[in-house]
Design a protein. Sequence first.
Length: 162
Amino acid sequence: MKRMIFCFLLGVGTGAGGYWYFQQDAGKAQLEHARGQVVTNAQRAATAIKEKIYEVGAEEVKEVKDQIARTGTVVKEKAKSAGQSIAGAASNAKVTTAIKAKLVAEPGLPSFNINVDTTDGLVTLSGKVESHEQVARAVKLALETDGVHKVISTLQIVPASK
């Protein structure tokens, strides 16, 4: 009789331990699923925010078209710091690198076709793009970079061959 009670208690203990063990794995799976959803939603939010930040308005594109039609170049200045300049070759290289990184990160821009030259806060963009919208986006990205007070674009518009 003692043996039977012992086996019964051993079976109950084993069953309870197994139940606890499987519940832990289920909880881990649910936690992993929830983590994946949070990461996915965070990536979607980051993409939406980035798109909104770098969205180029129709008015900016029209202004770029008008400037290209009149002069063949685009010149934009930041209103608050046009008189300030950044000294030193290291600062120029830092600004150029920051702009190139922004251009590479921007979807839909032919960043490797855009050359960036910086001298004391004056940035010159040159190369070839496919549309006025791309010119406007490149100029906007450069102008929003710390240390830049003026952007001159001599980007040429060459539609893509299909």
